[in-house]
Design a protein around this ligand. Structure first.
Ligand code: NZQ
Ligand code: ZN
Length: 386
């Protein structure tokens, strides 16, 4: 096992009725900016619950943060934060709204001229404006981590950011919010969280037995709850296990002491930036090709995953590893998620070259757990995913 430091300061309030406790978590006298997305919270009762819980606070609202939170929109919110002397941010939404809040938390205290630099120049946030979240969509894990991904539509770019100052102070996880989530987003949440585990697991062994078993147990739980949640999102037992799995998949715990990959996400973000494909679906497009292309480097772990998660016990290491890639692809299909770029766009010619060029220009010359995935290899993987 590799050395590690681990600190996760986010307080979790999990379960039915926890939104009521919101007022206990926000500092007294705070001036709150309530951030939300395109309006789902006004149709499913979450807005009413949050408003009631905030009745003793001075609150200004900012809605309209789109999926794949956009820089231009967030800059409007930043103006409000400054003009209204906001002291606390509350994100009520999925990964997009929470990531938007993280960007604003960083930008509100940023002393440079152009907040976009936080993203392009890798400015880590050591101290941000305090914020909390009410999660409405299990998927990203953003509710308990310190990362965010922000999009700039005008340049078709999507970049990550983060830093120890960007953990939410608290996150409220009420699985009852799941019942209003549309099928497409339920499938996305299952596929995204599943891939988060894979990114931190499908590398090479460092004999980190406990981390491997944590990862495998999250994968097994997601596979187990997926049919139930797709069939009936108001099934509280399935919804609660789904929600906690998504959080645990990306709150830092399973990544400690082990190598991680994250190349699938790096390539996937480009597909969202270029074509607007949902984040989770880009991962389903890239994952099978990535594992096939890097088969030799990953096959021991793929075979372990085949045995322990998919119960594939027959055959050689190669056979099991290959079967595991097939099973993963079938799992995405079982969620109604297509796994080829051509399923999403007919304009895919030239995409692989464009992504390879972008990575070269940015100096991203070695992705993956061995820092060996150079832009020419990225080009081949993306082509395999056409
Ligand atoms: O905008 P509203 O009207 O609220 O509707 C949203 C949105 O259209 C809807 N929704 C959310 N909760 C709902 C609901 N509809 C009905 N009932 C509810 N309870 O779902 C749609 C998608 O929401 P979004 O927040 O975009 O989805 P998700 O949570 O999948 O977030 C995706 C974003 O997170 C980033 C992605 O790149 C993408 O930009 N990620 C963030 C990560 C992180 N911070 O750690 C890691 C991930 O890998 C990912 O990159
Ligand atoms: Zn993801």
């Amino acid at each position: 096992m590799n050395n590690f430091d681990f600190q996760n300061p986010t307080k979790i309030l999990f379960g039915k009725g926890q939104i009521e406790k919101l007022s206990n978590e926000i500092p007294e006298g705070a001036k709150v900016l309530l951030l939300f997305g395109g309006g789902s919270i006004k149709k499913n009762g979450i807005y009413e619950q949050v408003s009631k819980a905030l009745s003793n606070f001075d609150v200004i609202e900012f809605g309209g943060i789109p999926a794949n939170p956009e820089y231009e929109v967030l800059m409007e919110a930043l103006d409000i934060i400054k003009a209204e002397k906001i002291t606390f941010l509350l994100a009520v939404g999925g990964g997009s709204v929470i990531d938007g809040a993280k960007f604003l938390s960083a930008a509100a205290l940023y002393d440079g001229d152009e907040p976009w630099d936080i993203l392009t120049k890798n400015k880590r946030t050591i101290k941000g404006m305090p914020f909390g979240t009410v999660l409405t969509l299990p998927a990203t894990g953003s509710e308990m981590n310190s990362g965010a991904v922000i999009t700039r539509k005008e340049t078709k770019e999507k970049f990550g950011m983060g830093g120890p100052g960007l953990f939410p102070q608290f996150s409220i996880l009420d699985p009852e919010v799941v019942k209003s989530i549309p099928q497409r987003q339920l499938a996305n949440g299952l596929a995204d969280s599943f891939t988060h585990v894979l990114e931190q697991y499908m590398t090479y062994s460092v004999e980190a037995t406990l981390q491997d078993r944590f990862a495998e147990s999250i994968l097994q739980t997601i596979i187990e709850v997926a049919p139930a949640i797709i069939k009936d999102p108001s099934d509280y037992k399935a919804a609660s296990n789904f929600m906690w799995s998504c959080t645990m998949a990306l709150n830092g715990l399973i990544q400690k002491g082990v190598p991680s990959d994250w190349a699938v996400h790096a390539m996937g973000h480009e597909l969202t930036a270029l074509f607007g494909i949902d984040h989770a679906r880009t991962l389903a497009v890239i994952t099978p090709s990535h594992y096939k292309y890097n088969f030799e480097a990953k096959k021991e772990k793929l075979a372990q995953y085949a045995e322990r998660v998919w119960n594939i016990t027959e055959g050689s290491t190669d056979d099991k590893a290959y079967a595991a890639i097939e099973k993963t692809t079938e799992f995405f299909h079982s969620l109604g998620i297509e796994t080829k770029l051509s399923d999403y766009t007919k304009e895919y010619e030239g995409t692989a070259e464009e992504i390879a060029k972008r990575f070269t220009d940015r100096g991203w010359l070695g992705l993956g757990e061995h820092q060996s995935l150079s832009p020419d290899k990225v080009e081949k993987i993306v082509k395999m995913a056409y």
